[in-house]
Design a protein around this ligand. Structure first.
Ligand SMILES: [Zn+2]
Length: 448
């Protein structure tokens, strides 16, 4: 540990300068020069690391920079991205977003935590590892994409075409970091998502509501259909859907019990008296991390302005999202939803599906998970907080489980004050350098 710290210390200024170089590119969607500059920088930097670099693409859009370093029986995929969220509103930045500036031990720039910090820390970790121990004892595959902030539209075709190249014995994803009590936290999966628009039609135009005894009302139609999707106890009642949901494993339950979770504080924040069904904190957290959802995101139809207007609407629309757990794919949910509605006589209700994502969850006993726990313990000096899954959705499955890689973890350089996607995005420099230590320890342990 001392030796690793000394190597990092000796390179500190150069590492910071290099990090600053990548942060200087305004690699926002639509800024071709910024995106090309960042892609070229990553490509050139990986080449200097000795990586065999290639540009992967399936047509238009910024390329994926793929580079492999090291040798050994095991391989590790590193997923990160060089594109960033737009920096606006610019007037709220205390220093220009693409002029990296250090204040109070924090480096301010767009992309500092999301996600150039992860990208450069992993490059620097390779250098530090080599200086301490010699050549990397595993094959580290850098996959640095340029379309994450616009939903990674080419990830699925890329994964299909380059599956053999991408496949590894484990993966490290972006995100993760310190929680508000300074505990190092990582996630072993993400939920998937399926998003739908359901539409019911009535008369060709809005009618006088006096015709309600004889003309069908699409708003009522939608209400009746929606009421069959979930019961009053919040159970999803779409035919066959819950049969595809694995209950949490004993190991997942054990890790969930160790997650510090203050339900009372959350309820106070949200201004709600209780969780659904007055469930306990442990049940709420378990459900949050491991259960699928069926959520009415919004409803539209007829007259909803101030005052009154007696009409019978001609159509009604609802937006629905389903957060998905592994095994419950968007395609499967689309089919189950259609069949469920048809079986109940709702064939007239139109379903429009949006591009979805498959969920991913690593086995808690997978080498990549257990290695990360051990490395975090050594580096940060405390037991890390390990979430079996994130409550949100992400495309991990496409590049990890989907190509046959057994597991991935979300680990990175986040902290609560980072202002990700907001003005004054920043990274704590101590976190950056400690994360390099963590990665070196992780590589050392994962290689054997
Ligand atoms: Zn990101």
């Amino acid at each position: 540990m001392e030796q690793i710290r000394a190597i990092i210390e000796a390179n500190r200024e150069r590492f910071l300068a290099e990090f600053g170089e990548l942060l200087g590119f305004p690699s926002e969607d639509g800024n071709a020069a910024g995106l090309t500059g960042a892609a070229d920088w990553v490509s050139e930097r990986l080449q200097r690391l000795g990586a065999r670099v290639q540009r992967l693409s399936t047509g238009d859009g910024p390329p994926v920079i793929f580079g492999e370093v090291g040798a050994g029986p095991r391989s590790l995929l590193s997923y990160s991205h060089y594109d960033v969220q737009p920096a606006d509103p610019l007037e709220l930045w205390e220093s220009p977003p693409y002029t990296p500036t250090v204040r109070d031990g924090k480096l301010y720039a767009r992309g500092a935590v999301d996600d150039k910090g992860d990208t450069v820390a992993r490059i620097h970790a390779v250098e530090v590892y080599r200086a301490a121990y010699g050549e990397l004892p595993l094959r580290l595959k850098f996959f640095v994409e340029g379309e994450e902030e616009v939903g990674s539209p080419h990830l699925a075709p890329l994964a299909a075409r380059y599956a053999d190249l991408i496949r590894a014995d484990g993966a490290i994803w972006e995100g993760g970091g310190f929680d508000d009590a300074e505990r190092y936290t990582f996630y072993c999966g993400v939920k998937g998502i399926a998003y739908f628009e359901l539409r019911a039609h009535g008369a060709a135009y809005d009618l006088h509501s006096g015709y309600a005894p004889m003309a069908p009302n699409p708003a009522w139609r939608l209400v009746h259909a929606l009421a069959t999707l979930k019961d009053a106890q919040d159970n999803i009642t779409v035919d066959g859907l819950m049969a595809h949901v694995r209950p949490p494993t004993e190991a997942e339950r054990a890790y969930i019990r160790r997650i510090p979770f203050d339900g009372a504080k959350m309820k106070a924040n949200w201004g709600i008296p209780a969780f659904i069904n007055d469930m306990s904190d442990e049940d709420a957290l378990t459900r949050f991390l491991t259960a699928p959802t069926c959520t009415i995101c919004g409803v539209r139809g007829g007259f909803i302005d101030e005052g009154e207007k007696t009409i019978l609407p001609s159509s009604a629309l609802v937006k629905l999202d389903f957060r998905l757990v592994p095994d419950l794919t968007p395609e499967l949910v689309t089919r189950l939803l259609r069949e469920h509605l048809d079986r109940r006589g709702f064939s007239d209700i139109e379903i429009k599906g949006f591009v979805g994502m498959v969920g991913a969850r690593s086995d808690m006993m997978a080498p990549v998970v257990q290695t990360a726990i051990a490395a975090a313990r050594t580096t940060y000096g405390h037991e890390p907080v390990v979430y079996p899954s994130h409550g949100g959705s992400g495309p991990m499955h496409t590049l990890v489980q989907g190509v046959g890689t057994p597991g991935g973890i979300i680990t990175g350089v986040c902290y609560p004050g980072m202002r990700m996607h907001a003005p004054n995005e920043n990274i704590r420099l101590d976190d950056y350098f400690r994360h390099i230590e963590f990665l070196v320890e992780f590589i050392k342990r994962f290689a054997v």
